[in-house]
Design a protein around this ligand. Sequence first.
Ligand code: CA
Length: 229
Amino acid sequence: MSASSMVMSVAETMRLLVIEDEDDLRHGLETAFREDGYAVDAAPDGAEGIYKAESWDYDAIILDVMLPQMDGWEVLQRLRKKKKTPVLMLTARDGVQDRVKGLDHGADDYLVKPFNLKELLARVRALIRRSAGAPSPVIKIDDIAINTAARTVAVGKNEIPLTAREYGLIEFLTLRRGKVVSRTELYDHLFAEEDESFSNLLDVHVCNVRKKIGKDFIQTRRGHGYVIE
Ligand code: CA
């Protein structure tokens, strides 16, 4: 991720999810986070929490361990199968066992109840800063999402079927977004030596990508190469 896109994501409104069954505490946290400038969603139980956590890309989730039916550990475990959203656990006991369990399950931080609200706010800020330092594998260009971990490209919610070469072409240009990449550089990156005799192969791939994603997605710079703006 480039420095400029990181700055952009930090400047956007951060969105949090609070999963807590105690009404007073949940409302109190919602209010406190809103006053601190966050967009806040809340869930009173684990099932709704999981649903929301999987439906939105939150910047951080505040998750209570003691929840009815599905407890916080189970919520965390299920979430971690799908998402890396930073999670701060609220634990009732200051047991070493709880802390170890939290870290083993993939919690990013925890706070023991009763906690100081200012400390919680500070920890959430720190959590979000830390996660911004570990860039998301998903690069977004308008409504196009390039997932460099899964090696997939989606336009809106639709995943676009791509060949490995087409994906490679998109990823290479995306990681150099705004920079014109020469044909030679692309050939070196995308093709094995035995392919080099087919001098129009690159054009074929570019053409196919444009058909699948949009004609302006990859732009030609005559005499120079290609660029994704
Ligand atoms: Ca609770």
